[in-house]
Design a protein around this ligand. Structure first.
Ligand SMILES: [Zn+2]
Length: 341
């Protein structure tokens, strides 16, 4: 496995070196850094209005065994990614190179954290981003220069200290200390950076995700980070088959949705009237699943395609609200009960 990773990394580095030596690349990279800085300022100015208009926290109520249960969508700041990061361009792994060469960024997208006031305890799904990431060189100082280079040419964050999860919890009158369990869909930093607020809570992550990470940044994890590595059980849910029950009542299930990372999971909440899938980065928005458009950044495109198929099949059988972490309309769909199909 280690050898395969080494070969993969070497291939990526070689491809980068080749491209870096071309005239096109000099031109692209030189203009890219200066241009994108300017774009960022422009987008930021426009976007600050959009953020407050579109990415407001949402609280909604669902029925569970006849009782009211609140669900909160909390926005912990925004991220803009290269357009080829969100939408795959190019054949096979070349799509990864096209992310670095791309000059264009998407609009700033939300970084949602989901909180369920479940009768068995307060459950948090992913933990969002922190303001420290704005100083990338400092924040990622302990990562390899290759990882840092990739990251700096793939995404930009817009996080204010008041976007962080402690402030978001205050806004909805919840206490971090009351959280019983944190479920991570995968270990990318915009999903793990809020872990610093949960040193005493149980944190679960898929055993496979933990042991086969893709582009995670271990130096950003809290020093005490030792999650409960969960293994799916068989025959727990239709279509996906395998699932790890998060709650004793098995209304909250941790299911395999690989593709974005090899061990990526989502969380299904089976309420009385419909299901909700908290989908992490299974896709960047609902439209991608419906149209079959893959993201350039997915680790395994075939697996991502199968995950899209499973999500749609599941939604055909049960009314399902589909909520990816970076979907601009996820809050709207949660509030208005808009189903995937
Ligand atoms: Zn991710």
């Amino acid at each position: 496995m280690e050898r395969r990773k080494f070969i993969g990394d070497t291939a990526k580095l070689t491809a980068l070196a080749l491209v870096s030596s071309t005239f096109i690349n000099e031109k692209l990279f030189a203009s890219n850094s200066s241009l994108s800085e300017q774009n960022l300022l422009t987008i930021k100015n426009n976007e600050s209005m959009i953020i407050s208009a579109n990415y407001q926290n949402v609280t909604t109520t669902v029925k569970l065994k006849g009782k009211d249960v609140k669900i909160h969508a909390l926005c912990t700041g925004t991220v803009a990614v290269k357009t080829n990061f969100r939408r795959k361009k190019g054949i096979g792994e070349l799509a990864k190179l096209n992310i670095l060469l791309d000059k264009n960024y998407t609009e700033f997208l939300p970084i949602w954290v989901w909180v369920i006031e479940h009768p068995e305890g307060l459950i948090v799904i992913d933990t969002g981003e922190n303001a420290e990431i704005k100083d990338l060189d400092k924040y990622l100082a302990k990562e390899s220069s290759f990882i840092r280079y990739q990251f700096k040419h793939a995404c930009k964050f817009n996080i204010d200290p008041k976007d962080e999860l402690n402030y978001q919890f205050e806004k909805v009158n919840l206490k971090l200390d009351d959280v019983k369990l944190v479920a991570l869909t995968h270990m990318h930093l915009d999903h793990t950076d809020g872990l610093k607020f949960f040193p005493k809570q149980e944190i679960i992550v898929g055993d496979y995700e933990f042991n086969h990470p893709n582009n995670n940044m271990p130096s950003t994890f809290p020093s005490w980070f030792k999650p409960n590595k969960v293994v799916y059980k068989q025959n727990r849910i239709e279509v996906f088959n395998d699932a790890y029950p998060i709650t004793a009542s098995e209304d909250l299930l941790y299911i395999p949705t690989p593709g974005h990372t090899l061990g990526h999971s989502s969380i299904v909440f089976k309420t009385d009237d419909f299901d909700i899938i908290f989908a992490g980065d299974s896709s960047y928005n609902q439209e991608q699943v419906l149209s079959g458009e893959l993201a350039g950044v997915h680790a395994d495109y075939k697996k991502a395609q199968q995950t899209y198929f499973n999500l749609t099949e599941y939604a055909k059988r049960r009314k399902t609200i589909y909520l990816p972490t970076h979907d601009e309309n996820a809050g709207h769909r949660l509030a208005n009960k808009v189903f995937l199909v």
